[in-house]
Design a protein around this ligand. Structure first.
Ligand SMILES: NC(=O)c1ccc[n+]([C@@H]2O[C@H](COP(=O)([O-])OP(=O)(O)OC[C@H]3O[C@@H](n4cnc5c(N)ncnc54)[C@H](OP(=O)(O)O)[C@@H]3O)[C@@H](O)[C@H]2O)c1
Length: 274
């Protein structure tokens, strides 16, 4: 059975995916910052605990990434699949976000992902096989106001993934993007607000209020198991696609974005959201 490494497996999509794959016999290496919550992931599925192996890593910290990747490669020899899932959202209008907040957003969602991937490519390239799955978001291809930093980080992830897919194909390594819609995880609870959010509120209040009211009518989040199933589908596919949308909302939004001209799509979003 393949060895799958999942980042951000202490919660949400990563945790569901780790359990889903471990239940089907995969050896799953689970990594995140919070070791207690990684161990909780294992305790949640005691019958398959021996298929899950926790390691601590902070994907925004180069030293932590290098040490953990070296340790994993030393103990496991190689991994077959890397699922870059760890991430969080920074919200607020760009005008009131500090540059260090935006840099931190990119450090976790983009640069950490690039660095971790770099550390595992050599062994995949030498073996002539491997699968890399990057967890994006529907916001990686369409905008929502007051989410610019997060959205930009996911647009960057999408660009990188499309590029890597070409670059690594000659070595038998496939790269896929999974773009979920709205899923029931700790994502919203873990979103951070810019430290100047109160100032932002005074300037953008009517628009933020309208946006939040509209957002509350978007509907309930879907179950994260759906994303876990899609990850398994990619791993088990003989010829994985570049992009997988997950969730009715993601399909609907991307369908409309594809068929409606940009100017009109932007106008409609603006009218609805702010
Ligand atoms: N839920 C949604 O609606 C949704 C929609 C689209 C895309 N996504 C994407 O799905 C991915 C997973 O999010 P989720 O919804 O499952 O949210 P979540 O429940 O908040 O889980 C996020 C995971 O990322 C880990 N993480 C965050 N910062 C990290 C860091 N610096 N180093 C290592 N691990 C870190 C967290 O672990 P620790 O705190 O223990 O480090 C946690 O395990 C994210 O990339 C997110 O952008 C989610």
């Amino acid at each position: 059975m393949k060895t799958v490494l999942i980042t951000g497996a202490s919660s949400g999509i990563g945790r569901h995916s780790a359990i889903h794959l471990a239940e089907r016999g995969y050896k799953v290496i689970i990594v995140a910052r919070n070791m207690n919550r990684l161990e909780e992931t294992i305790r949640n599925a005691p019958s398959i605990a021996s298929n899950m192996h926790p390691y601590k890593v902070d994907v925004s910290d180069s030293e932590s990434l290098t040490n953990t990747a070296n340790l994993i490669l030393k103990e496991w020899g190689h991994i077959d699949v890397l699922v870059n899932n760890a991430g969080y959202g920074l919200k607020g209008p760009l005008e009131f976000l500090e540059m260090w907040e935006i840099q931190k957003q990119f450090q976790t969602n983009v640069f950490g992902l690039m660095e971790f991937t770099k550390l595992f490519i050599p062994q995949m390239r030498r073996r002539g096989t491997g699968t890399i799955i990057n967890i994006s978001s529907v916001l990686g291809r369409m905008p929502l106001p007051f989410n610019g930093a997060y959205s930009a980080s996911k647009f960057a992830l999408e660009g990188l993934s499309e590029n890597l897919r070409l670059e690594l194909a000659p070595f038998g390594i496939s790269v896929s993007i999974i773009a979920p819609g709205y899923f029931d995880t700790q994502f919203v609870a873990n979103q951070t607000e810019g430290i100047r959010s109160q100032e932002a509120e005074s300037a953008y209040k009517p628009y933020q209020d309208k946006y939040l009211n509209r957002k509350n009518t978007f509907g309930r989040p879907a179950k994260a198991d759906k994303v876990a199933e899609t990850i398994r589908k990619v791993i088990e596919s003989k010829s994985p696609k570049l992009r997988y949308l997950v969730g009715v909302d993601a399909h609907y939004a991307m369908f409309l974005k594809t068929i409606i001209p940009d100017r009109l799509f932007n106008y409609i979003l603006g009218k609805i959201l702010i």
